[in-house]
Write a new protein. Structure first.
Lengths: 244, 437
């Protein structure tokens, strides 16, 4: 006999976990840098189904924002693991970080208010920003200040990858974004870049798609964001050509 | 990764283990497919240096053995040169899928009866675990597996099982933990209340609710109060201010229409006595942890009763209850609205089993002291030559005596068939007489 429970609802209501890639695709990213980013996102996407299958607590939704002269979302809304298909991105133009911050601020707003975040049951997002230089939009600080007014941004676990960046000035831009210099990582090679993206995206998704596990003693009271950061730090130790 | 394919681990002069594949990374440790003496096992290796208490507990559990075959239990402890430990366990058979995949709708039980069989197995397994003086301490969605066709159960992640009132530091996973554990209450001795059999029982009820209703019993309207579900929100929903979604008087946390659709649809057709058992645990049991949390034995009585009164609609196949304990019996199928079929039932002891094709009678029906809740001793079959004649095909060791309405007495062999006719009395044994009505 056919199973009639099929008609009784499709499954449990889950929280929504958003993973956002914010990718600088300005002219200077051309070549192996963007090549590594494209590769890394494909790698991440090959592992995501497993992470999604292991939890009933959250549905993972993925978005990607690329910015050069303008900032553009790869999809017009966050996509599930099975819906998200990656098309390689190529380089063009300048580094309009202000535009990217504006787009992020719009995105990190509840759906009922015109954004893309869930109206009910969303957990703190994961945001990974990757860039290789100083923004060409000089007013980025004002745009960051507006972005910081968004609750979804404040609670997010944020990482910034500084690709081949050596100036303190450029590093400061990224520290201001993450709010924590420890989550700004300097990456020197394409291979390291690929690995770092994978470690952060995969580990953070894995930890944050499950409700927190609590223990006593060390780590007690740690938030899921703390747990993710600790696990990421342990894994980054094994990767060469990364400083943090 | 600690090991690579084809690495060997030498146990002693004669025994060794060969690593065949990497199976996964579970946070706490890595799991490999290995071979020992021609048999494949899973090997779990801990990443961190575990405490001597942890090692001792694991060793002790291995020596005492699994409470039942439902537990994928550690079988052999391994000590590595660097002081880290691991253990061998059997591999999970391929017919099992994760409870997570059931919750998310990827896999379905073949029928509601099969789902209830799984729930009953779960209660039997925890009853045995608790009877051995253990508590599981970390029940969550990732601990359980199921065979969607048979309802067979497998319980994994048994590393944190300890003697009750002993603890290895784990408190559990949020959304599945008892509120006093989430809050970190002090117990009578003034120490932090750690997981034990009573918190296990609270979590077990959550797992059963999830199995039956596809939702969490504490997630409802209150979710709307939180812009973002963070640790603080979880602490309030599951620790400091939990409200059962079907609390009889406090209706502030009802499931949200259009969001908790599965719970809304499923709860409506759950028998009253099952609802009462959930209400007791999730309302009264919030505060009275020792007395108001439905025990495994109580669940077994409740869930077998539910299974006994399940019938399937002859028109659409939907499974629903006769409604013996409801305010009103079901006169039409809740799904297709067509009339409910007339059906005989076997009354034996306090049990009422609806006699439809394929329905099973279990040892627990005919022996009230037995815990054979899933050990069938009879099944309703149709006569091959005349399919309108039904009977109970027995699988008993001894004959039974039947007496029809006219008083004619007859012996039926232990493997014979009892005809299903109204007013027939069946003497299963000296103490147990049943009747078909």
């Amino acid at each position: 006999m056919e199973n009639k429970d099929r008609m009784l609802g499709e499954g449990i209501a889950r929280q929504e976990l958003n993973l956002l890639f914010v990718i600088d695709n300005s002219g200077s990213m051309e070549g192996e840098k963007l090549g590594a980013v494209n590769n890394a996102i494909r790698d991440v996407m090959s592992i995501m189904p497993e992470i999604q299958e292991d939890t009933s607590d959250a549905t993972i939704k993925i978005s990607a924002l690329k910015f050069s002269d303008d900032a553009k979302w790869v999809y017009s809304e966050p996509k599930t693991v099975s819906e998200f298909k990656w098309s390689d991105i190529s380089s063009e133009g300048g580094t309009n970080l202000s535009g990217a911050y504006d787009e992020l601020a719009k995105w990190l707003t509840k759906k009922e208010k015109g954004g893309q975040m869930p109206d009910i049951g969303g957990v703190a997002p994961i945001i990974i920003l990757m860039t290789d230089g100083m923004p060409t939009s000089y007013d980025w600080q004002n745009h960051l200040d507006s972005l910081k007014k968004k609750g979804w941004f404040r609670v997010a676990i944020k990482y910034a990858l500084a690709i081949g960046i050596d100036t303190q000035e450029a590093m400061d831009v990224l520290s201001k974004f993450t709010g924590n210099p420890e989550t700004v990582l300097k990456v020197y090679t394409a291979e390291a870049l690929r690995k770092v993206i994978k470690v952060i995206a995969v580990t953070a998704s894995k930890v944050k798609s499950n409700s927190s596990t609590m223990g006593v003693g060390a780590g007690a009271g740690a938030t899921n964001n703390d747990v993710a950061r600790t696990e990421i730090a342990e894994k980054l130790d094994d990767i060469k050509d990364v400083e943090w | 990764m600690r090991f690579r394919k084809n690495d060997t681990i030498t146990l002693n002069e004669t025994e060794k283990i060969v690593v065949k594949d990497f199976l996964g990374d579970g946070g706490q440790g890595e799991v490999y497919l290995v071979e020992k003496d021609g048999t494949n096992y899973a090997l779990k290796v801990y990443k961190n240096q575990e405490s001597s208490d942890f090692r001792y507990n694991l060793k002790n559990n291995i020596e005492r053995g699994a409470p039942s075959s439902n537990f994928l239990w550690p079988k052999m402890l391994l000590d590595f040169d660097d002081g880290k430990i691991g253990y061998l366990m059997d591999l999970r058979p391929k017919n099992f899928v994760s409870f997570v995949s059931y919750l998310t709708g990827t896999n379905k039980f073949k029928s509601r009866g099969v789902m209830l069989k799984w729930c009953i197995d779960l209660c039997i397994a925890f009853k045995k675990l608790h009877e051995m003086g253990y508590s599981y301490q970390d029940l969550n969605d990732g601990s359980f597996f199921l065979d969607p066709d048979t309802g067979d159960l497998l319980i994994c992640d048994n590393d944190n099982v300890t003697a009750d009132k002993k603890n290895l530091g784990i408190l559990g996973k949020m959304r599945y933990m008892a509120p006093e554990i989430v809050r970190g209450d002090k117990n009578a001795k003034g120490e932090q209340q750690m997981p034990d059999v009573h918190s296990d029982r609270f979590s077990l009820a959550i797992i059963l609710f999830m199995a039956l209703c596809l939702g969490n019993p504490f997630e409802g309207e209150r979710l709307k109060e939180y812009d973002i579900v963070d640790e603080q929100a979880e602490y309030e929903m599951f620790g400091s201010k939990p409200v059962f979604v079907y609390h009889k008087t406090d209706k502030s946390n009802r499931p949200i229409r259009g969001y908790h659709s599965s719970v809304l649809k499923r709860w409506a057709y759950i028998p009253l006595y099952v609802k009462e058992a959930f209400h007791r645990t999730f309302v009264d049991g919030l505060t009275d942890r020792e007395n108001e949390r439905t025990t495994e034995l109580e669940w077994l009585k409740i869930l077998t009763k539910y299974r006994d009164e399940l019938i399937s609609c002859p028109h659409c196949g939907y499974e629903y209850i006769v409604g013996y304990s409801e305010k009103k019996k079901y006169e039409v199928c809740p799904l297709c609205g067509k009339e409910t079929k007339e059906i005989c039932s076997l009354h034996v002891g306090r049990n009422i089993v609806s006699m439809e094709l394929g329905k099973k009678i279990y040892i627990s029906h005919v022996d009230k002291y037995s815990s054979g809740y899933n050990t069938a001793v009879g099944i309703v079959v149709a006569n091959k030559n005349n399919p309108s004649l039904w009977g109970i095909k027995l699988a008993l060791n001894s004959p039974v005596e039947i007496k029809d309405a006219d008083g004619n007495v007859k012996q039926i062999a232990g493997n014979g068939v009892i005809p299903i006719v109204r007013n027939l009395k069946i003497k299963f044994n000296e103490n147990t007489i049943g009747e078909i009505r």
